[in-house]
Design a binder for this molecule. Structure first.
Ligand code: AMP
Length: 116
C-alpha cells in the first residue's frame, strides 16, 4: 500500500511550504533545511515512494520534474553558474521522505558529488 507523507499535505496546501511552482503533475517548494543558498524540492503530485517504483506511465511526470527544474533554475538566477539535481533512493542514499523528490541545489560551488 502506498502511504502518504508530509509532502502530500504540502501539495494540498494543508501545511505551509514556500511553493515556487505547481501544476497538474508536479509541485516545487523550498527545502526547510537548505544545504545550499538555493535548495528546492521538486516532487510529483502523485505519491511514488522511490525511484524503484517508477513505471513507464510515469514518464510524463518525470519529464515534467526535469523541465520544472530547468525553469526554476533560470527564475532563481542560477542556471548560468550551474546547479545540481539529486534524487535519493532508499537507505544507502539517505532517503528520508518516501515520496520521490528531486533536490535542486545551487547558489555556490557545490564541491565533489560525494563525501569520501
Ligand atoms: P531526502 O533525504 O532525500 O529524503 O530529503 C528529504 C528532504 O525533505 C530534506 O532535505 C528535508 O530538509 C526536506 N523536508 C522535510 N520536511 C520538509 C518540509 N515540511 N518542507 C520542506 N522541506 C522538507
Amino acid at each position: 500500500m502506498i502511504k502518504n507523507t508530509i509532502f502530500s499535505k504540502i501539495i494540498s496546501h494543508e501545511i505551509y511550504a514556500d511553493i515556487l511552482y505547481q501544476d497538474d503533475l508536479v509541485t516545487a517548494f523550498r527545502d526547510i533545511l537548505p544545504q545550499a543558498p538555493k535548495h528546492i524540492l521538486i516532487i510529483p503530485n502523485q505519491v511514488i515512494p522511490t525511484i524503484n517504483d517508477v513505471k513507464p506511465e510515469h514518464e510524463n511526470i518525470l519529464g515534467r520534474m526535469i523541465i520544472s527544474a530547468s525553469t526554476i533554475a533560470k527564475q532563481e538566477g542560477i542556471s548560468k553558474d550551474g546547479y545540481r539535481l539529486i534524487i535519493n533512493c532508499n537507505g544507502h542514499a539517505g532517503q528520508e521522505v518516501y515520496h520521490i523528490h528531486m533536490h535542486l541545489l545551487g547558489g555556490r560551488v557545490l564541491g565533489p558529488l560525494l563525501v569520501r
